[in-house]
Design a binder for this molecule. Structure first.
Ligand code: ADP
Length: 180
């Protein structure tokens, strides 16, 4: 099914001058770029972009909990707690700081099953466990224990919408008349 999805090349991608390489990967796969812009987003835009509910906070917190366990690092020593909700809320704060720290490139990609296929090409949220053939696995080795110890989210290069409703919401948030 022909779909549209939103990707954001995050500040680490722009700083590392990897936008061209990553865009080529999507173009080579057959996606069309239908919208694009380079902006330093406001805190409000990023706060609205990432969900503000306990389910999302707990999911993000649990990614740290399992990644710390895999690395054999005590999460309480680094984060001061092993409560997923508290950890998720802390990471959201870091994420807003990070995403507003410099320019990002937002883009709407169109193609067959774009939402699932783009997510597959991005790979796991945590680059150190992402498959090396994916964008996150190929261009980064970052992990939660390292990132959280430095009070930052993992630098994983790219955001991509997770499902149809999310894609619609995110495309109108970034490219609707309000932010055009
Ligand atoms: P994804 O971007 O893979 O959909 P999420 O929506 O769960 O992942 O998280 C949003 C962003 O927050 C991630 O891309 C990453 O930059 C950061 N993040 C999520 N979980 C963690 C974590 N446990 N440790 C550090 N950063 C995280």
């Amino acid at each position: 099914m022909l779909e549209r999805t939103l990707i954001i090349l995050k500040p680490d991608t722009v700083k590392r001058k990897l936008c061209g390489k990553i865009i080529s990967i999507f173009e080579d796969a057959g996606f069309n770029i239908v919208e694009t812009k380079m902006i330093t987003p406001s805190r409000e835009l990023v706060e609205r972009h990432y969900p503000n509910n306990n389910k999302w906070y707990v999911a993000v917190g649990n990614k740290s909990i399992s990644n710390f366990a895999e690395q054999g690092v005590d999460i309480v020593k680094v984060m001061g707690t092993d409560d997923a909700l508290t950890i998720g809320k802390t990471i959201k704060g870091w994420l807003v700081d990070y995403m507003t720290s410099g320019p990002v490139m937002a883009m709407v990609l169109e193609g067959n099953n774009a939402i699932k296929n783009v997510r597959k090409m991005c790979g796991n949220t945590i680059p150190s466990i992402a498959d090396p053939s994916t964008i996150r696995g190929r261009f980064s080795l970052d992990s939660s224990d390292v990132a959280n110890a430095e009070h930052r989210p993992v630098h994983n290069l790219i955001h991509a919408s997770g499902e149809i409703d999310e894609a619609k919401y995110e495309i109108s948030l970034w490219f609707g008349s309000e932010n055009a």
